[in-house]
Write a protein that binds this ligand. Structure first.
Ligand code: ADP
Ligand code: MG
Length: 314
């Protein structure tokens, strides 16, 4: 039995597969599949902290807000983010507890998590993260004029609102997450990259209209809880060089310096693999531990170097 701590960052496909509508039943079924691997890690002694994305879920809540706005007040984006932490966290908490069963008395808890960002972060003057559905040019124009929002046209699919994606600086609840994990509690935290907040003065936080990248928030978590390894689970089994090209090459173990070189050479797309590799590089640099990128069903294989891309501190 080992006693290692691991932070697992789950991608969108852990909760919703492409093409699905996003019903409760669909999401629960995906979560059940995802939880099998997490439970296996717990059973071999790992202390696990889980974090997850929330893109489609927050998108749906934004639609509910807008369609219901004649009846009930709309909520700010950070409240919608908090809602997704509650709903996704609940599904994981319930499923994990049930799967762990009576023979494994590990407690499971989902924690509403705030992540501090810098109000002077450049992201606030340069919003880049698309959220919610696509709309007409007219609707985008009105929102830009009346509300001062930023909207962008997305390759003929329509117009989409974009919000700032600032760097995560500090997880407000990091201390309690760490101590729960050390007590053997399985924690689900910082969903959707965490609820972005600005620290007004010490201990006084205010929610802001932004979205934190969940891979970078996962990195913050892995460092703050003192994880022995950081695992990012997504929809590809490993990381490729020349991704999507004829000379594509999937990678197993690579060194930190190789990872940095490939990053500079532009092998990893911004907004998808880019932030994952960047988060792993920073984790390995800061901790001297290994970081892993693989697909949902491959976590156990990857910690045994039998799958995935492992970035090593060489
Ligand atoms: P998640 O929801 O897990 O964060 P993303 O879609 O953001 O998933 O990132 C995973 C995607 O990154 C893959 O499906 C793949 O299309 C894309 N990708 C971009 N560059 C690479 C690369 N070099 N190697 C592998 N996948 C890549
Ligand atoms: Mg992503």
């Amino acid at each position: 039995m080992n006693n290692k701590k691991v932070v697992i960052a789950l991608g969108g496909n852990a909760i919703l597969q492409p093409g699905q509508k996003g019903t409760y039943e669909e999401q629960l079924k995906n979560i059940e599949l995802t939880c099998l691997e997490i439970v296996s890690l717990v059973k071999i002694g790992y202390k696990v902290v889980v974090t997850h994305g929330n893109g489609p879920q927050v998108g749906n809540i934004l639609i509910q807000n807008e369609k219901g706005s004649g009846l009930v007040p709309q909520m700010p984006l950070f409240i919608c983010g908090a809602q997704t932490q509650g709903m996704i966290g609940f599904m994981f908490q319930q499923t994990l507890k049930r799967m762990l069963g009576k023979e494994n008395p590990c407690e499971v808890v989902a924690l509403i998590t705030q992540v501090v960002v810098d109000k002077n972060d450049n992201a606030f003057t340069n919003p880049t993260k698309p959220i919610g559905p696509f709309y007409s040019k007219e609707k985008a124009r009105l929102a830009m004029e009346e509300k001062g929002e930023t909207w962008v046209e997305d390759s003929n699919r329509g117009w989409r609102k974009v919000v700032p994606s600032p760097e995560p600086i500090k997880i407000v609840e990091a201390g309690i997450i760490r101590s729960l994990s050390e007590q053997g509690v399985l924690v689900i935290a910082s969903g959707g990259g965490g609820i972005p907040v600005i620290e007004e003065d010490e201990g006084n936080y205010r929610g802001v209209e932004a979205v934190i990248d969940k891979d970078l928030a996962g990195l913050r978590m892995a460092i703050d809880v003192g994880a022995d390894s950081f695992i990012i689970l997504t929809d590809v089994s490993s990381v490729a060089l020349n991704y999507g090209k004829e000379n594509e090459r999937w990678m197993g173990s690579i060194s930190l310096s190789e990872a940095k070189k490939y990053m500079e050479e532009g092998h990893f797309k911004a907004g998808s693999m880019g932030p994952k590799v960047r988060a792993c590089i920073r984790y390995v640099e800061e901790t001297g531990n290994e970081a892993i990128i693989t697909s949902l069903g491959n976590a156990i294989k990857a910690i045994n170097y039998k799958a995935g891309t492992v970035i090593k501190p060489l």
